[in-house]
Design a protein around this ligand. Structure first.
Ligand SMILES: O=C(O)c1ccc[n+]([C@@H]2O[C@H](COP(=O)([O-])O)[C@@H](O)[C@H]2O)c1
Ligand SMILES: Cc1cc2nc[nH]c2cc1C
Length: 339
């Protein structure tokens, strides 16, 4: 096997405990610039804070977004054999082919907003173990998935969206969220790709079985990732962590992406300060998860596709916000009278 960035969980913990923080000088300079732009105070609403946040992480008061990267991680889940999805597990590899051929929704959205799209398939022929029987992953599997995510981030990107494809992964995400935030399986289990009422009841029971089998995952971000999977979920966490070390701001996608991000936040509070929530998914527990993370979604369009689609759509909002901060004239420059 080729060299892994994370050889063991101790190295992951080291990466989590050495996070760079925002550039407070750039943050202050961006806020000062924003206050001088030709608009009534706060008239651009949430776009103002959004652009200032981006400027702080990029270390400049007049940033631009010219190299956004979308990465879609794909993985298969042992628990999918329990009938937790409305679709069969082979859809994961079939959709990877569709991403690579340019035929998926996220391909169109990435092109619309000038983002490059990378697809990373993670051992699709070797699903994780069924988490009701045993941990979804070994420590070595978890380190490999986190490393794949870490390695997938382009150091030259100036914005990252992490997305996923994995039949069964709303079951995995529900278990992670329940382990990290409590409240029981009922609070976190939803319809995913669209299961009916009977399948939703069975899915909820499966999440409960998993929680009962892995009590040591409660409140423990890395252990929850390992026990409940999947590889694509852990890889998103690895990518979000790498982006932090590179000071690349991240737009989070839907429920599964936010479950992955939650593992980082639990392991190291503040680990998501370089991220924003791209959208509110129609997966019902996403709102609760965003509340736990203290994130306000940029968009709310009843999307529940995954594959980074909501986060990618939000690139347009962030680009608009940043272009206003960096491109607008000040009152003095434009000769416009202030209040
Ligand atoms: O992003 C979301 O909030 C989201 C909500 C529901 C479903 N999905 C996508 O649907 C798949 C998981 O659904 P399921 O029913 O197989 O667990 C996976 O490929 C996700 O990308 C994604
Ligand atoms: C067709 C299909 C496309 C997807 N894209 C992300 N998750 C998905 C799940 C399904 C079932």
């Amino acid at each position: 096997m080729s060299h892994l960035y994370f050889g063991d969980l101790a190295s992951v913990r080291t990466a989590l405990s050495s996070l760079p923080s925002v550039d407070s000088v750039a943050l202050g300079a961006a806020a000062e610039r924003n206050a001088q732009l030709t608009k009534p105070p706060q008239a651009l609403g949430q776009l103002e804070g959004l652009a200032i946040w981006y400027a702080g992480w990029r270390g400049t008061a007049q940033p631009t977004i010219t190299a956004p990267q979308v990465v879609i991680f794909a993985g298969n889940h042992g628990v999918a054999a329990r009938g937790v999805s409305a679709f069969p597990p082979e859809v994961t590899v079939q959709m990877v082919a569709n991403f690579n051929a340019g035929g998926a929704a996220v391909n169109q959205l990435a092109r619309t907003f000038g983002a490059k799209l990378d697809v990373v398939a993670l051992e699709l022929e070797r699903p994780t173990d069924d988490f009701t029987q045993t941990a979804a992953m070994t420590e070595a599997d978890l380190c490999a998935a986190l490393s794949a995510g870490w390695d997938a981030v382009d150091p030259d990107a100036d914005l990252l969206v992490t997305g996923e494809m994995g039949i069964g992964n709303t079951t995995s995400a529900a278990a992670i969220a329940a382990a990290l935030f409590g409240g029981g399986a009922e609070a976190w289990t939803g319809r995913g790709t669209g299961v009916d009422d009977a399948a939703l009841r069975a899915k909820t029971e499966i999440v409960n079985e998993g929680l009962a089998r892995h009590p040591q995952a409660n409140g423990d971000g890395l252990e929850a990732l390992r026990c409940f999977g999947g590889r694509e979920v852990a890889a998103m966490a690895g990518a979000i962590l790498r982006a932090r070390h590179l000071r690349i701001p991240v737009i989070l996608d839907g429920f599964i992406c936010c479950a992955a991000a939650s593992a980082l936040e639990k392991a190291q509070p503040g680990a998501l300060d370089h991220t924003v929530a791209g959208h509110l998914s129609a997966e019902t527990a996403h709102r609760r998860l965003l509340d736990e993370l203290g994130k306000i979604p940029l968009l709310s369009l009843d999307m529940r596709l995954g594959e980074g689609s909501g986060g990618t759509l939000a690139i347009g909002v962030l680009k608009g916000a940043v272009n206003c901060l960096s491109g607008m004239a000040t009152f003095a420059e434009a000769g416009v009278s202030g209040s």
